[in-house]
Write a protein that binds this ligand. Structure first.
Ligand SMILES: Cc1cc2nc3c(=O)[nH]c(=O)nc-3n(C[C@H](O)[C@H](O)[C@H](O)COP(=O)(O)OP(=O)(O)OC[C@H]3O[C@@H](n4cnc5c(N)ncnc54)[C@H](O)[C@@H]3O)c2cc1C
Length: 344
């Protein structure tokens, strides 16, 4: 089969789908990328909010940054850095202990390089998507499919939407054996904007110890390439806090009233640190019902592949619950497809 005539559909324009699609395209395969959200990025998306008085605010309300120890992923990052899509965020993080009200375990210099998309975390996915077909007309038949979101085959999809998932694993016995339901860990993100810097807080990123409510805080406006016209923070709730709310309210989309209440609770916990902070002029919570997969379904294989159906499943849930795992999974799916089609 001529690779140029080969058409592959990639479902999901998060980082795994976007990396996979752009690598397939580089190998001469015609790729169409499908995304159900408003834009690319998935859990690396960037949230735009407009305040009542017309101020535009941007938040990386999913992954705030990423790191890697893998040489292939490092190579990709070098390429993205050269294109201005990624920058190193040179900040040392630590942990704040609610009992002693002090910072403990501050990181040593240069221990762990942190990367961010510029000007937002979604910049990488956006750029990679531009390397694939954008024409949504007359899509025709595909020779293969890559799906990069577990909701496309998960029973959880039905619990949330009331309809069957798009992929019916009953007709794919090879995959059904390998793909079990992926348990997930939820969290809430709280986006905050202040007129003035929170200068009493010495670190720009830290985890919390001894809090049942908060697990992380990141100063969004301290990342490279961000507007500094306001001080913006993104806080992350603990998994347990989010589990408790979901257990009471269910998996359906939370109401605005519920999100306002949650935003208030998370902010109160932030105030409990004792740091001097004015009231934010913007405060909004977002629920990530499936923030982190709790298992890896492919491990060393890095993606699931059904050669008979020409179907690959990739995503962080195949490798590890982070950007590095998602990139590795997308890369692997692309190379399996490329090899398969070059042999045909
Ligand atoms: C709050 C939070 C904090 C995080 N912190 C970090 C961190 O510090 N470091 C780190 O490395 N990682 C972090 N992560 C994890 C990281 O964001 C993910 O591991 C990674 O982005 C997953 O990428 P993915 O491509 O596998 O999945 P996703 O980003 O979820 O992409 C899947 C895409 O598929 C789309 N989709 C779903 N169904 C369909 C359909 N039927 N048709 C078309 N499209 C569909 C979705 O809309 C989505 O865009 C964090 C995540 C969250 C939520």
């Amino acid at each position: 089969m001529n690779p140029v005539a080969t058409k592959v559909a990639v479902i999901g324009a998060g980082i795994s789908g976007a990396v996979c699609a752009s690598n397939l395209a580089k190998n001469g395969i015609s790729v169409t990328l499908f995304e159900s959200a408003r834009g690319p990025g998935g859990r690396m998306s960037r949230r735009r909010e407009t305040t009542e008085d017309g101020k535009e605010l941007y938040f990386d309300h999913g992954a705030p940054y990423f790191s890697t120890t893998n040489a292939d992923v490092e190579d990709m990052i070098r390429g993205w850095e050269a294109r201005g899509l990624v920058a190193e965020w040179k900040q040392n993080f630590g942990s704040f202990d609610y009992i002693t009200k002090t910072f403990v375990n501050s990181e040593k210099d240069g221990l762990n390089k942190k990367y961010v998309g510029v000007p937002g975390m979604n910049s990488i996915c956006r750029a990679l998507c531009n390397e694939t077909d954008k024409d949504g007309q007359d899509l025709g038949q595909f020779n293969g499919v890559v799906t990069s979101d577990k909701s496309t085959f998960s029973q959880r999809f039905t619990k949330v939407s009331g309809i069957p998932p798009p992929l019916d694993l009953n007709v794919m016995p090879v995959l059904a054996d390998k793909v079990k339901e992926v348990p997930v860990r939820p969290c809430f993100a709280l986006m905050l904007a202040f007129e003035n810097p929170l200068s009493s807080i010495p670190l720009k990123g830290f985890s919390f110890e001894n809090s049942e409510v908060l697990s992380w805080a990141i100063c969004e406006s301290s990342k490279p390439g961000r507007s500094t016209s306001s001080e913006r923070w993104v806080l992350r709730s603990t998994e347990q806090y989010a589990e408790n709310i979901i257990a009471q309210a269910g998996l359906q989309k939370p109401s605005n009233a519920a999100l306002t209440e949650i935003a208030e609770e998370l902010f109160k916990e932030f105030q409990r640190t004792g740091f001097d902070m004015s009231m934010p002029f913007f405060k909004k919570a977002h629920r990530w019902g499936s923030a982190f997969p709790a298992t890896s379904i492919a491990r060393d294989e890095k993606c699931i592949w059904d050669g008979t159906k020409k179907l690959a499943i990739c995503g962080d849930f195949c490798v590890s619950p982070n950007v590095e795992g998602a990139i590795l999974s997308g890369l692997t799916a692309a190379s399996i497809f490329s090899e398969t089609f070059s042999r045909l």
